[in-house]
Design a protein around this ligand. Sequence first.
Ligand SMILES: [Fe+2]
Ligand SMILES: [Fe+2]
Length: 188
Amino acid sequence: MDVIDMLKEEHRAMAKLLKAFERQLDVLARAEHPDYDVIDGVLQYCRDFPDRYHHPKEDLLLERLLMRQPEASEKIGDLYKEHEELAELTNRLVHGFDSLLNEAEISREGIVALGRDFLQHYWDHMRKEEEVFLPLAREVLSESDLRQVDSKIESSPDPLFGPEVDARFDSLREHILAWDREDREATG
Ligand SMILES: [Fe+2]
Ligand SMILES: [Fe+2]
C-alpha cells in the first residue's frame, strides 16, 4: 500500500465520521438531544488525526507533485491553505460546543450553522482531493517519488479506525459500526 492508497483509505474512514457528525447535527437542528459523546469524539478525532497526520501527508505529496508539475496548482488550488482552514473550523466548532454546553453566548442555530459550514468545507475538500489531486498524483508521480514521500511521512496508527481503538473513541466507534449495519440493512 503506497501513500496514495493510504490517503484514500483515510478518506473512506473520514466520510463515515462526517456522516456520524451530520446525524448529530440534524438531531440538534430539530431541537432534540444529540449524543455529545459522539460529537466530542468526532471533533477530538479531527484534531488528533486528520489535522496532525492526514493533512501533513497530503502536504508532502502535493509538494512532490508540484515539483514534477508546477502547473498542477491551477487545477488543485491551495490545499495547504484549505488544511489550515479545516483546522481552524474544527477549533471554532470545539469552542462553539463548549459554549453551548456551558450555556454561554452561542445559540443552537449558531452552532448548527457552524457545524454545517464545517461539513461543507470537509466534503468539498475531500471531493476535490479524490477527483483531482490524488488521480493526478497517481498519474504524474513515479514509484520512486512515492517512496520518497513515504520516507518523509510521520506515521501514527489511526486511533479510531486502526487496529487499536483509543478508549476515548469507544462510544463513537460503536455508533459508527451500528449505523453501518443499519445502512446496509436499509439498502438491502
Ligand atoms: Fe486534505
Ligand atoms: Fe484528505
